[in-house]
Write a protein that binds this ligand. Sequence first.
Ligand code: C5P
Length: 409
Amino acid sequence: MLNSKKILLIITGGIAAYKCPDLVRRMRERGANVRCVLTSSAKNFVASMTLSAISEERVYEELYSLTDEHEMGHIQLGRDADIILVAPATANMLTKMACGLADDLASSILLATDKPVFAAPSMNVRMWENPAIQENVELLRKRDIKIIGPEEGDMACHDYGLGRMSEPSEIIAALENFLTVDTPLSGRHALVTSGPTHEPIDPVRYIANRSSGKQGYAIAESLAKLGARTTLVSGPTHLPTPSGVDMVCVESASQMLAACEAALPADIAVFVAAVCDWHVAERAPNKLKKNMQSTPLALQLSENPDILATIGADNINRPKLVVGFAAETENVIENAKEKLTSKGCDWIVANNVSLDCGTLSGDKNTVHLITETKSEEWPTLNKSAVGLRIARRIAKALGNRAKEQSVGI
Ligand code: C5P
């Protein structure tokens, strides 16, 4: 999918720059033409000579190069590219991008381009978690800069956490995903639920769970990318709205059910939300005061509607393909199979959400796809890759649907 694509790789000064020769090689193997731009600090981590040998192109470094700037090099390099990829993207470069600074060749290209820009951050975990960086990254996302990773793991500075640059294979997968233009789901409507629900106790307190919403958002984004008109009904999360998706924000399970019913009819429904099983039977109209309650304070809980089971059993509006999720901490497959029957869905995506798996708030997921007849174990993948894979399976199943009776995998 990278065939004949012109990729301008901007390498900034992080230790992960050592992976860039491999990244260039792999992109070239897929048919891409790659040109590299190095910042002055990147030169400490990777040699210009190596990159020019592997890319078979000149490597660009200077803003004030008489030969290049005579041809307006910083404008022309961006103009010539189909995609600009900043990898590794340091905290410094992300901040320059967010502020619109242009004090070297790399940042000038980024400011002067209208081409799609991808950035693969790489930095120490505490730098990544710093609100200055988080806010700048959020700003960049809003401006449609596509952020790849970072990943969690051991760091060169002996810390552990989020901040490692994504592997070249993941970066290439993100570029290929972007370049995918096939839309097998065009003309279809997909409904996706995601995130937690908040069940109010009083006007300021609520019951919730640890769901981040990342997996559901990734599925919604992929379904939209494959051409489906996609409605994402989401409980409260901190995530930006995925591109191309119609977003409906809700808080409680009952609001989520109402929003789902209002969104029908749909061809596809994927219920990823971690819906609270109970709500507080009598929500207090005013804030509960601790000195005015009997101790221990007892909350009466009533069961919430099961959105998946309700829509799965809808005789009139049941979507053609209903997919549920089973977040389990033990006996994952058995429990998921039982859920497939009891909730009336066609497929169940089962995953282990024990705290030590880090699935609930993390970026990776290890899932099993279960149907009436089969169970498949998938490798551990980024949630975005799981999302795309599920969306592609859905597209394939609906494509086969005309020929076959059941929705097989
Ligand atoms: O019963 P459990 O919560 O484990 O079932 C998980 C599946 O059911 C998920 O697909 C979830 O989105 C869906 N669900 C729902 N409404 C509920 C509870 C779960 O749609 N009230």
